[in-house]
Design a protein around this ligand. Structure first.
Ligand SMILES: NC(=O)c1ccc[n+]([C@@H]2O[C@H](COP(=O)([O-])OP(=O)(O)OC[C@H]3O[C@@H](n4cnc5c(N)ncnc54)[C@H](OP(=O)(O)O)[C@@H]3O)[C@@H](O)[C@H]2O)c1
Length: 330
């Protein structure tokens, strides 16, 4: 893009995703620059090679030169850091899931509106051209009437010291991985489910969901079937089933910078559409920067994060034995 001044980013939290995905993508684009980074450990912040490194998150938020904050901490800090950044007039790109639950997400959405700043949930997979193509084919009737979206995301995450195992910080497979599956179901069905039910397996002591398998009822015999877990081999797929055919992606969510293929099945015919390797984080940053500079609304408005969180709440409630939850959107 680059018809604008680069957006001046500050990164809060120098963990895996900031280091391995966000910083390389920032370095590859001319649309944004890394002005500051904050970590509890200054050396870790410095290792991201920002212009200024902080060992205090608030000091970064107080840096007047930072226009936009990328929140890359564990989920439990997404809400307080987002609120603090918005209050200081910063735009916020917050890692997924937006919050630990819908109540938190609602506060964040209200704060973004109050302070008139961008708040975007960093679902980088949405920027892959294959998702736009998948969505367009469904809307265009390529597979007839949409009936079922089956989405799965899992990998082995056995390290119980990992933040994913902290229930009080929004740990668990649903918030880490299932949030993508829910987001894609909502995109393809074009709205909220009317009911959600689920089963899960839970860690015996820390209590996070190790796996969760849910059914979302989108009405009129249309369903989303989602499955996620830390206790299974790697997969991130979607099968989109209509009355006349099926569309499939076997690399639907992960940013593995590998070529991908969209498969369309009709009867015994199989049509494949290839997509070149792409850096989803770079596309996400460039889109965010464009929105900051032009005022264009983001692909993922804050409300989308709130609606996703409501479905995640309903699924967890059901999986913990609360039963089917109806009227998920309310
Ligand atoms: N979009 C994606 O593809 C993707 C992929 C993976 C994860 N994520 C999301 O990114 C976020 C970070 O995930 P990650 O995999 O990078 O996790 P991680 O490597 O474990 O990093 C945890 C982060 O939390 C911060 N933190 C603050 N207080 C902490 C504490 N008491 N204990 C441990 N860490 C603490 C750490 O910052 P310091 O530098 O201050 O220690 C670090 O940035 C999560 O919200 C996750 O859902 C997104």
């Amino acid at each position: 893009m680059t018809q604008h001044e680069p957006v001046r980013f500050g990164i809060v939290g120098a963990g895996r995703i900031a280091r391995s995905a966000f910083v390389p993508a920032l370095e590859a684009t001319a649309d944004a620059e890394l002005v500051a980074a904050a970590s509890r450990d200054r050396a870790r912040a410095e290792s991201l090679k920002p212009r200024r490194a902080y060992d205090d998150y608030t000091a970064l938020l107080d840096d007047a030169d930072v226009e936009a904050v990328y929140i890359a901490t564990h989920n439990g800090l997404h809400k307080p850091l987002t609120l603090a950044a918005l209050e200081r007039g910063k735009h916020v790109l917050c890692e997924k899931p937006l919050a630990c639950n819908a109540k938190e997400a609602a506060e964040m959405v209200a704060a973004a509106a109050k302070h008139d700043r961008l708040l975007v949930e960093a679902f980088m997979y949405r920027f892959h051209p294959q998702i736009a193509e998948l969505s367009a084919r469904v809307r265009g009737g390529a597979i007839g009437t949409l009936k079922t979206v089956e989405a799965g995301f899992s990998f082995h995450a056995p390290d119980e010291q990992d933040v994913r195992y902290r229930a009080d910080w929004g740990g668990g497979a649903l918030l880490d991985l299932g949030c993508y599956c829910v987001n894609l179901c909502r995109l393809l069905f074009g709205g909220q489910p009317v009911a959600a039910t689920a089963e899960g397996t839970f860690h015996p002591t820390c209590g996070v969901d190790l796996s969760l398998h849910g059914v979302l009822d989108f009405g009129d015999g249309r369903h989303g079937v989602i499955s996620c877990g830390f206790d299974a081999g790697p997969r991130n797929h979607v099968y989109v089933v209509g009355t006349e055919g099926t569309l499939a992606l076997t690399r639907a969510f992960a940013n593995n910078r590998k070529p991908t293929t969209l498969i369309e099945l009709k009867g015994f015919d199989q049509k494949e559409t290839s997509f070149p390797a792409t850096d989803l984080f770079q596309l996400e940053i460039e889109d965010f920067a464009w929105c900051v500079r032009t005022g264009r609304p983001p692909l993922l408005p804050p409300d989308d994060g709130l609606l996703n969180a409501r479905v995640l709440d309903a699924l967890l409630y059901a999986a913990r034995g609360g039963g089917t939850r109806f009227a998920v959107q309310t």
